[in-house]
Design a protein. Sequence first.
Length: 375
Amino acid sequence: MSRIETMNYCAPCLFGVEGILADELRRMDAEQVNAQNGRVFFSGGPEILARANIGSRYAERVQILVGQFPARTFDELFEGVKALPWERWIGKADRFPVKGWSLNSALHSVPDCQSIIKKAIVERLKVRYHISWFEETGALYQVQFSIMKDEAALMIDTSGPGLHKRGYRANAGGAPMKETLAAAIVDLARVRHAGRVFDPCCGSGTLLIEAALSAMRIAPGIRREFAASSWKCVPAELWKTERVRAREMERRDNPIRLWGGDIDQEMAALTRENARKAGIGERMTAVQAGLQDFRPEGEEGVVLCNPPYGERLLDVQAAERLYREMGRVFLPKKGWSYYIISPHEEFESLFGRPADKRRKLYNGMLKCQLYMYFR
């Protein structure tokens, strides 16, 4: 097992966020950045591995791309996996479980693929380490695979828990939005230069908190650890260096102020608590308030909103009433902009006016549109 030099990486992301993530990775000095559906490939040294884990707002995780090859038969899969340099990362005592998925491929049995990949890695490491038994009690190297249209990709996860788990939201509302999606909406709304940000349906406060973290350039992973933090092949000093770099980039003097309202006073209290955990509690005001009470007062403001969607008929009707109320409350006004995410195909009709711009995003597997009003 040796220290990593330049390597290829893969960062899965929510559909619709690929371009935003690719731009972020370029700003981090990643090389050969290539956005594809639901993931972005890139390359760089071990510092990029740490930098992306600590600093990415949009990636779901960071994976080392060990190799790619065609795999139409189990023999091709076994030999392709066995030919890859697993000893570059995995030590003789380390754990290396396997999980993954297959889509539109001849090899469609995921359990069979898992078993063959595991066996191939073991056979490779047996030869390299001259041992016949692996105790697997050391650091975790989660092997992940994807087989898409008979093309296999083998990866090792470096993140551990998904990167959307920033650490500030142990509790959430009934239908929480992923932090990574909230961060993407914040980016599209250009919140970084906003003085005031509002969410009159704030729930657990995710949109507002991500707005503050972005505006103040606080790295979302600055407080957490990652799977690769314990790897011998990634120097411990490197993680310290990248955390220092991230803290030096912070702009805590940014004057951004946040206001959240929710009809449920427990949600308003949860927003305040989550903001405190995120380290931006002094910027947050969250109160019990109905949407109908909101007014765009003052010279400028950015409104971000993830209103309840509704799955059952009565819920859908309630959501539609809410969309109509938004159209009455979110008035066109110089200096004000509104960004609302919804899966409802008739949102603009219910809201009462067409959006100035729309962007397709996925909230999990639910196809949505981000409706943007800024004129």
